[in-house]
Design a protein around this ligand. Structure first.
Ligand code: FES
Ligand SMILES: [Fe+2]
Length: 343
């Protein structure tokens, strides 16, 4: 495996839950090594700008936001939600200055199903951000955010890796290393990714039994790092969305959200939250340990079939970048396959 590839661009990244950006509020956030300023106007509309004042480079987020315009804290230049400059206080009457010449870069932002997605790229968005099935008009019932101190590739590969479960996620109520057994799952291509086709979860997923009815689940992954688990249990639906967003080369934000249609699950929220934190924490802790070895730039391995999904991730990423560079349609490299592994 070579050096971590640069970040994918011209694609939607999960930015933050909608609730993190209040009306009239602003927030600075590094994404893909770029400083961004997120704000939500008094009218409720969110926007994202490059968080650098074009005058002398100070972060715009150091200034003030009045719910309509951002005012730089240095010389008071003002910018609206499109990034256009609206005022330069130092100008005296008669000093000709075309404010329209001054622009802060604006990033396309989309708000859907309780989340904010940002388009990181030079081109305009090619469509809406990923949609969660069965959850139109809903927002997540539970969201947990955790920072992993690693490059995005290691976070994605670590989260999709099926063989680490019995070792990293050991616990009395979930599973142990002794519970390892052989699995065979059918996979196929999906938009900008792949899916583990709809199936009944394996018997060691005891938590699913809480749902009542015979649950069926479909797990899909799409670039740049979006995993969706769609569970159908009787008349109920659950969607677990995991997004992996690079903050910079060595920091990655993992956000895990649940949407559900079960009323009683709201009561179980504190317990579920602890469970999610513990589970994600186990994934993060192992990544922290992994960094000790990665510092020495070792050659790594991807073996069949347990690491095939990781291999697909790298293939998908390469193809996405190449298709864009060559201005041609994306060709999904994943074929229908049954993968077998013990976990
Ligand atoms: S640096 Fe922002 S107004 Fe001068
Ligand atoms: Fe894990």
């Amino acid at each position: 495996m070579a050096e971590p590839a640069p970040f994918l661009t011209d694609i939607w990244y999960f930015a933050m839950p909608s609730a993190a950006l209040t009306r009239g509020g602003m927030q600075a956030k590094m994404l893909l090594g770029q400083p961004l300023l997120f704000a939500r106007g008094n009218d409720g509309a969110p926007f994202a700008l490059r968080d650098i004042c074009p005058h002398r480079g100070i972060p715009l987020s150091c200034g003030r936001f009045d719910g309509k315009e951002v005012e730089c804290c240095y010389h008071g230049w003002r910018f609206d939600g499109t990034g256009g400059c609206t005022a330069i206080p130092s100008l005296v009457p008669g000093q000709e200055f075309d404010l329209a010449r001054i622009k802060v870069r604006r990033y396309a932002l989309a708000e859907a199903q309780g989340n904010l997605w940002v388009w990181m790229g030079e081109q305009e968005p090619d469509g809406p951000p990923p949609q969660m099935p069965d959850m139109e008009g809903r927002a997540p019932n539970l969201t947990e955010v955790m920072e992993f101190p690693c490059h995005v590739d290691h976070a994605v590969v670590g989260l999709m890796d099926p063989a680490h479960g019995p070792f990293v996620h050991q616990s009395w109520f979930w599973r142990s290393a002794k519970s390892i057994h052989e699995k065979a799952k059918a996979f196929g291509p999906a938009p900008y990714g792949f899916a583990m086709k709809r199936h009944k979860p394996s018997s060691n997923s005891a938590a699913y039994k809480l749902l009542g009815g015979a649950p069926e689940t479909e797990i899909s992954f799409r670039l740049p790092g979006i995993r969706t688990e769609h569970i159908v249990a009787g008349r109920h639906r659950i969607v677990n969305l995991t997004t992996v967003t690079p903050l910079d080369a060595n920091r990655t934000e993992v956000t895990n959200s649940f949407y559900w249609t079960l009323g009683w699950a709201d009561l179980a929220r504190p317990v579920l939250r602890r469970f999610v934190r513990r589970f994600l924490g186990q994934d993060r802790d192992v990544v922290v340990l992994q960094q000790q070895g990665l510092r020495h730039d070792p050659t790594l391995m991807l073996i069949k079939d347990a690491d095939t999904q990781a291999r697909w991730y790298y293939q998908l990423k390469n193809e996405y970048g190449r298709a864009r560079d060559e201005a041609r349609p994306f060709v999904n490299p994943v074929k229908d396959t049954v993968l077998r592994w013990r976990s």
